[in-house]
Design a protein around this ligand. Structure first.
Ligand SMILES: C[S@@+](CC[C@H](N)C(=O)[O-])C[C@H]1O[C@@H](n2cnc3c(N)ncnc32)[C@H](O)[C@@H]1O
Length: 233
């Protein structure tokens, strides 16, 4: 089932090129409905939660959470995406090098509640910002190269605080028909990637086929939402 996409590799430069050429059809102008619908399950009554956005783009969800008193740390390779996030949301920011991450820059909102690291996600670790109370993974596991999924799951698990609630969005479709991204991630693989250290709960599943996916030649697309927590929690 995974074979058609197993060897597909998208270089970081290709993502940066997409941003430069404004080929960012994945970006949504409004807060993602799945985050909105499931926020109570993620927060579980907690306030002031530190959220991690693994491949953040310029998701408006980050501002939405910060406006509710949470803090946000994101990682994104495209400088243009990060700068657009702050400009489009009328936020001032400062940028600084990250001594422990050579070549990386952190962009911090003036209020200090949003920090976006411009670097390759796979160079990021818990030594930079500690562990997180929540993770919103939209367009992230489904965007990294399929061969990097084990490495990704190990990194994400290492970033989860004991009480972390990790909301993960994945897609099912026929990978013979479209090469991705987003890549297809079967539920069995979500279970095998995270199941040894985490409990994985299926929250929701719905038909996500729109004109955009029909244009990719897809005949079905199912969006699945998972809530992942550490077993030790
Ligand atoms: C599909 S987009 C999703 C963005 C965002 N999560 C959203 O919902 O709009 C994936 C993003 O990850 C960035 N990206 C891809 N691979 C990366 C990597 N290894 N490290 C950092 N950023 C990466 C791309 O530039 C792109 O903005």
């Amino acid at each position: 089932m995974l074979a058609p996409q197993a060897d597909r590799v998208m270089a970081l430069g290709e993502w940066e090129e997409r941003w430069e050429e404004d080929r960012t059809g994945f970006h949504q102008l409004h807060v993602h409905k799945i985050l909105e619908d499931n926020i109570d399950k993620v927060l579980c009554g907690r306030t002031g939660v530190c959220f991690f956005f693994p491949l953040c783009g310029k998701a408006v969800d980050m501002k939405w959470l910060a406006d509710q008193g949470h803090s946000v740390v994101g990682v994104e390779i495209s400088e243009k995406a990060i700068k657009q996030f702050f400009v489009e949301n009328n936020m001032t920011y400062k940028e600084e090098p990250v001594p422990s991450l050579p070549g990386a820059t952190v962009y911090k909102s003036s209020e200090g509640n949003i920090s976006l690291y411009q670097c390759d996600l796979f160079t990021f670790s818990s030594s930079i910002e500690g562990q997180f109370g929540a993770i919103w993974d939209r367009g992230s596991l489904v965007a990294i190269n399929p061969r990097d999924r084990e490495k990704y799951a190990a990194l994400i698990t290492s970033l989860m605080a004991k009480d972390c609630r990790y909301l993960l969005d994945t897609f099912l479709y026929n990978p013979e028909l479209y090469q991705g991204p987003p890549f297809m991630v079967p539920d069995e693989q979500v279970a095998s990637l995270f199941g040894s250290e985490c409990d994985v709960a299926a929250l929701h599943s719905h038909d996500a086929l729109t004109e955009r996916q029909r244009a990719w030649n897809l005949d079905y697309m199912t969006e699945n939402v998972h809530l992942i927590t550490l077993k030790s929690a």
